[in-house]
Ligand binder design. Sequence first.
Ligand SMILES: [Zn+2]
Length: 176
Amino acid sequence: MIRTILLHPDPRLKKVCDPVPEVGASVRALMKDMLQTMYDAPGIGLAAPQIGVLSRVIVMDCAKGEEEEPDPICLANPEIAWSSEETGEHEEGCLSIPDHFGMVTRPSSVRVRFLNREGVEEEREFEGIRAVCVQHEIDHLNGKLFIDYLSPVRRQMITSKMKKLKRELARGRAAE
Ligand SMILES: [Zn+2]
């Protein structure tokens, strides 16, 4: 089922999410909905709080459209076990902040420990765009958005444009 993606600013996007006790049927159903919602958007990553579920679950697929096979990955309770000293700067965007982008500096590679779709603990190393994406999504679980890395002025500007967009969307819905 495709879920509604919350738009910034929303108090649910600022919350520290709870770990899932285990990966059972309900978490697997959540992961499935999240993948569907992410592909539909379309995006390369989605965190549970973005659909209003305050649980530590993220999904990603950073495969490039035509060039690579789909590469969906679901992570419950992800934890960064190691980050490289080397950093890289990438332009980031977010499905909860559509049409806004900003340069963010993060470790170039990270090793992440998590529970996979089968509920089995796994550790995986991410680099390149996948490292950017997994760190961005884990930030969501801690109530942090990519705009929190930007200057206060830029963050304010994006937030006021988003407030305006949300007002327009609400008016549009009311007029239907
Ligand atoms: Zn995001």
